[in-house]
Design a protein around this ligand. Structure first.
Ligand code: AMP
Ligand code: ZN
Length: 122
């Protein structure tokens, strides 16, 4: 947990968010600036910065986090697989486009067709 981290504050309910899911380990909420009709952020309540900070000790909860993704995509309006679907984006570090230094999954859906390539900015 980090005192000044925006997403830790959301996890502690110190900053309001449109929460769609919560349990002891995770909280999911609507992105404040959605890039698609479905744009949910899923975060662990523990303060982890990037995927590079994970170790074998994190295997169990990261698997639980991954398994929440299709559930949250469906519950929040993405069309069923396989014809429908969703995109999972995890930005890591400055060049990866990460602006908030607390690991978060972007669950994106409801718009198609999605580009096969996420082109870097020109
Ligand atoms: P990233 O660029 O991967 O770090 O993504 C950060 C995301 O957090 C962006 O899509 C922002 O729109 C979103 N965001 C920033 N502040 C808030 C907030 N208070 N509530 C919900 N989403 C937020
Ligand atoms: Zn944090």
């Amino acid at each position: 947990m980090s005192q000044d981290c925006l997403f830790c504050k959301i996890a502690r309910h110190e900053i309001p968010a449109k929460v769609v899911y919560e349990d002891d380990e995770f909280i999911a909420f609507h992105d404040i600036n959605p890039m698609a009709p479905v744009h949910i952020l899923l975060i662990p309540k523990r303060h982890v910065v990037t995927l590079a900070d994970l170790t074998d000790a994190d295997a169990a909860w990261t698997a639980r986090m991954l398994r929440l993704v299709p559930q949250l995509a469906r519950e929040n309006g993405s069309s069923p697989l396989p014809e429908g679907g969703f995109r999972l984006v995890v930005n890591n570090g400055t060049e990866g486009g990460q602006e908030i230094d607390h690991l978060h999954f972007h669950i994106l859906g409801g718009a198609r067709p999605w580009s096969k390539r996420a082109a870097p900015a020109a």
